[in-house]
Design a protein around this ligand. Structure first.
Ligand SMILES: [Cu+2]
Length: 156
């Protein structure tokens, strides 16, 4: 009897472990970048929320969706041009959302999508707290571009 009980218990335990594994995997997939289908289109307004000029003269325009920004998940768009207004494509961006007054970052690192005409889109910037956030951005790319920018957002 003991053997028949254990033989029926083990498959059940194995099935429960498989279920937990599947739940864990789907939770990971839900947090990671979506691979199914095209990325969602994020709409941005015509007017920039902020404009910043880097040390070497790159101009970086910031737009958000929604604009003005709200607490939660935001779409962010950068439009990068040279001092003479030519779009700068082919940049690699590293973006760290940061709350300088409190000395902490965001829970998730933003995904970055490259578009054309010097446009870069971060579809899912997660800013969980109200207050002033900086998007600490390191831009590297063609022509030995190595620049820092930190446009600020006020989250109500
Ligand atoms: Cu904070």
């Amino acid at each position: 009897m003991a053997t028949s009980r254990s033989s029926s218990t083990f498959p059940r335990r194995a099935a429960a472990l498989r279920l937990l594994g599947a739940l864990g995997l789907s939770a990971l997939l839900a947090c990671g970048p979506s691979t199914a289908g095209a990325p969602p289109e994020v709409e941005f307004p015509a007017d920039a929320l902020a404009t910043e000029v880097t040390a070497s003269g790159l101009k970086l325009e910031l737009r958000t969706s929604p604009q003005p920004p709200a607490r939660g998940v935001l779409g962010v768009q950068y439009r990068v041009t040279t001092a003479t207004g030519a779009p700068v494509d082919g940049l690699s961006l590293d973006v760290v959302p940061w709350m300088p007054d409190m000395g902490h970052g965001a829970a998730t690192k933003p995904e970055i999508q490259t578009a054309s005409q010097g446009t870069y889109v971060l579809p899912n910037v997660y800013l969980a707290m109200p207050g002033r956030w900086e998007l600490r951005t390191h831009l590297t790319g063609p022509g030995a571009i190595d620049e820092l920018a930190a446009p600020a957002l006020q989250i109500p």
